[in-house]
Design a protein. Structure first.
Length: 194
């Protein structure tokens, strides 16, 4: 009798683990590639070269995510592209590192979310305006040459001051110590102890 009871508890625990794993999967999927307020930044430090790759939804950068149509929108996009071409004003590295930008490539990628469109065809009301049609994403790739890249142990992000729609950046840093994932936010716009 006692052993039967024991099996029941194990079985319940198994179900619970499965459910919570499925839930985590669900959350991850919802975070997907397209989340407002949420950009990504990869930083690779190799010898005295630093490469950075930034991507952020148009909503974070200019406050809208369709292609710019009005003069005001186009101006906002131009200003954003200009500022994104100066990464050291957005991502500040320690002074002793002595980094200078050797290349900055910034572009806007338009992604058409076909998944949503299928819903839109069958039921117009299910489709919220916000998710209709294409989304823009700003992508920037930077290369920097540094005098002493090893001294990059902390990074400060004025990025959030400049782009008020941005709430957080998922940062992946790859250096001599290996790969580490961080999250910087509007509240705590810096990385320490890299």
């Amino acid at each position: 009798m006692g052993s039967h009871h024991h099996a029941g508890i194990l079985f319940a625990a198994g179900i619970f683990i499965f459910v919570s794993a499925a839930h985590a999967e669900e959350e991850r999927r919802e975070l997907g590639p397209h989340v407002h307020g949420h950009g990504t930044l990869a930083i690779v430090i190799e010898d005295n070269n630093v490469q950075m790759e930034l991507s952020a939804p148009g909503m974070d950068i200019v406050g809208f995510e369709y292609e710019a149509e009005t003069a005001r929108e186009k101006k906002a996009v131009e200003a954003a592209l200009t500022d994104l071409k100066e990464p050291l004003k957005l991502v500040v590295l320690p002074e002793p590192a002595g980094c200078t930008v050797t290349s900055a490539d910034v572009k806007i990628v338009v992604e058409d979310h076909k998944v949503h469109d299928a819903v839109a065809e069958s039921d117009k009301t299910a489709e919220t305006e916000e998710h209709a049609g294409p989304h823009t994403e700003f992508r920037a790739t930077y290369a920097l040459a540094c005098a002493e890249a090893a001294s990059i142990t902390s990074i400060y992000f004025p990025f959030f001051d400049r782009f008020s729609g941005s709430e957080k950046l998922d940062v992946t840093a790859i250096n001599a110590n290996g790969q580490t994932a961080y999250q910087v936010t509007r509240e705590v716009p810096r990385l320490e102890e890299m």
